[in-house]
Every structure is written in structure tokens, then in C-alpha cells.
Design a protein around this ligand. Structure first.
Ligand code: CP
Length: 334
């Protein structure tokens, strides 16, 4: 299968066959990483990474990944570039794609990020990868699925996964992680339950698309406003905060950002009891696993007791798989 030049902006643009091919590469790369074997698929090649926000896992999985594939990644931020003086996404993409072999960017500004990445992809002559935007986080989604395959096997039909909103006071986190998960997991036959307070829905057009994916993939998608109910019998729980962006239209948000941000903060404070703790874990399947994209807001989203319980928590495997899946995507597309 030839995936050279293919953008990776969302898993939605990749067929299941293409994703499965990529997972094969990720497992091969992981095995070779442990054996210390060379994987010089991208010898002398250059990736330009542009971060508009902070990152630990994404930045380092991409940069370490490029080194391990024989190439190099430039770790750029907007303030180091003429982007800060208003240079366009078009000019930036054309120029960087003439100098290297791939462009990757994180831009999570609500109502802007996905379109910014799409504009770069439109003009770049090399593959463009989303390192997270306001709608999608495709690299997180594939690392999550690889981790699920490792722990539960590749036949995931009927697996019960609960994605629950949880309280956090660090910052208004994007919708992109849960939205990527509800789009991707049901394509693999997984039964997904999403729990959230009514003020924190996901974007309705993503939910509609995810329902279609579930019909086609043999999985299911169920919603509730009750966190306890969602935990009952779950084999995997993913408690994670996201902002209340989905409650508002994009234009409504952009026109009233300050006022809406204040309202979201007020709504957030009503739901401090949305936490993954031992009581809720006891409602789930006896062999339940905890996943989280990280960084976790400890003792708000999930208690230390649960996230540090090695019989339950697989968050570090999930984070490590960001490396192997990133290498798979880069080695196949660049
Ligand atoms: N999960 C994730 O994307 O982590 P970073 O924000 O550290 O990249």
C-alpha cells in the first residue's frame, strides 16, 4: 500500500485498510525499538513542526521518532517564525514543503485550528499532519487504539469503553481527544458510552458522523448525563475534561469569546464531583483499565489512587505508543 504524500489531519480521511496497514507498521517499529534494530525509513529527511500550544508527548514522540527513523525534526513555535508577524499559512506551507519532507502543526484555537491545518495541507507539496487542533487529535486516537489492541487483542468487537467528561481546573481543554475517539473506536466494533454534564456536549456534527461510523463498523455510541451509569460494566474508562465549546456555535463563540469563557468557567464549577475515583472504578468491570491521553489533572479528573494503580492504569503504555504510532505515520507518508 502506497501512502506516500498522504496528509494525516483526521483518521476520518483514512480507510480502515489504510489504518490497519499503519498499525502493522507501528507494531513492527515497536518490536524493532525494543530489539535495538535500525529503522532508517526516513534517512536525511526533514519534518517541520509548528506548535501554537504547549506539548510534552506529541512534541517528543515526533522529534524522537524522526531521529529514530534517520531524519530530523525542527521544533518550531509561532513566536520563532514570521507567523507572529502575520505570515500566512499558505506561504508558510509552500516554503517549508520546498525545504523538507513533511509539515506538522498543533493549533487548538477553537473555530480556527482545523481550518488552519487544512489551509496548510491545501498548499503544501508534502504531507501535513495534525498534532491536535480544535476538532481532531488523530495521533492520540491511533495510539489509544494500539494500546487497546495490546491489552484486549485485535478483535475489539463488543468491547465496552466509557469516555467521560471529568472536572479539571487547569485550562479549557479542546474537544479533539474525545471526538477523535468516538469517531475511531466504533469503526473497530467498540461499544462506546459517552458521559457528560449537559453544559459540556461534543460537537453535534461529530456526534452524527460518529453514529454513522458505528453503524458501518459494527460498534455503538450511547450518551448519558450520569457518570455512575456510564461506568457500570465498562472494560475501559477514559475520564477527561473538555471545555464547553460544543454548547455554542463556532461563530457564536468567536463573537462572544470573553463572555462565553466566563460562562464555561461558571458551568465547570458546578461539576466538581465528576471524578474517576475508587467508588466509580468499583462500578466498572472487575478487570477495568484506565486510559487518559495525559496530562491528567490529578485528583480532579482522576484520583492518584486510581491512576497510580498498576492493575488498572495503562496510561504510560498509551503515552509510549504515541512514539510508535507517530513513527508509523511518518515513515509511511513522508
Ligand atoms: N496527549 C497529548 O497530546 O499530550 P501533549 O499535550 O503533551 O502533547
Amino acid at each position: 500500500m502506497d501512502l506516500k504524500g498522504k496528509h494525516f489531519l483526521t483518521t476520518e480521511d483514512w480507510t480502515k485498510e489504510e489504518l490497519d496497514f499503519m498499525f502493522e507498521r507501528a507494531f513492527e517499529l515497536k518490536e524493532k525499538f525494543y530489539k535495538g534494530e535500525d529503522t532508517l525509513y526516513l534517512l536525511w529527511k526533514t519534518l517541520f513542526m509548528i506548535f501554537f500550544e504547549q506539548s510534552t508527548r506529541t512534541r517528543n514522540s515526533m522529534e524522537a521518532g524522526m531521529t529514530q527513523l534517520g531524519g530530523h525534526a525542527h521544533d518550531l513555535t509561532a513566536d520563532k517564525m514570521q507567523l507572529s508577524h502575520g505570515e500566512s499559512a499558505k506561504d508558510t506551507a509552500i516554503i517549508l514543503s520546498r525545504m523538507g519532507h513533511g509539515i506538522a502543526s498543533r493549533n487548538c484555537f477553537y473555530g480556527i485550528g482545523k481550518d488552519y491545518l487544512a489551509e496548510m495541507a491545501r498548499w503544501s507539496s508534502k504531507p501535513v499532519m495534525s498534532l491536535q487542533d480544535d476538532v481532531y487529535h488523530p495521533f492520540q486516537g491511533i495510539a489509544d487504539l494500539m494500546t487497546i489492541f495490546e491489552k484486549f487483542g485485535k478483535n475489539t468487537k463488543g468491547l465496552k469503553v466509557t469516555i467521560s467528561w471529568a472536572y479539571a481546573d487547569t485550562h479549557a481543554k479542546p474537544l479533539s481527544v474525545p471526538q477523535t475517539q468516538i469517531l475511531l473506536f466504533p469503526r473497530y466494533g467498540i461499544d462506546v458510552t459517552v458521559a457528560h454534564p449537559k453544559e459540556f456536549p461534543l460537537s453535534s456534527y461529530i456526534v452524527e458522523k460518529a453514529k454513522k461510523n458505528a453503524e458501518e463498523g459494527g460498534g455503538s455510541l450511547t450518551f448519558t448525563n450520569n457518570m455512575d451509569e456510564a461506568f457500570e460494566g465498562a472494560q475501559i474508562v477514559i475520564p477527561k475534561n473538555w471545555g464547553g465549546f460544543g454548547y455554542y456555535g463556532v461563530q457564536e463563540y468567536l463573537d462572544n469569546e470573553e463572555e462565553i469563557s466566563k460562562q464555561m468557567k461558571a458551568d465547570l464549577e458546578k461539576h466538581k464531583d465528576w471524578i474517576c475515583d475508587r467508588r466509580r472504578i468499583n462500578l466498572a468491570d472487575k478487570d477495568v483499565k484506565l486510559m487518559h491521553a495525559l496530562p491528567a489533572d490529578r485528583n480532579h479528573e482522576v484520583t492518584d489512587e486510581v491512576i497510580d494503580d498498576e492493575n488498572i492504569s495503562i496510561v504510560y503504555d498509551e503515552a509510549e505508543n504515541r512514539l510508535h504510532t507517530a513513527k508509523a505515520i511518518m515513515s509511511l507518508t513522508m
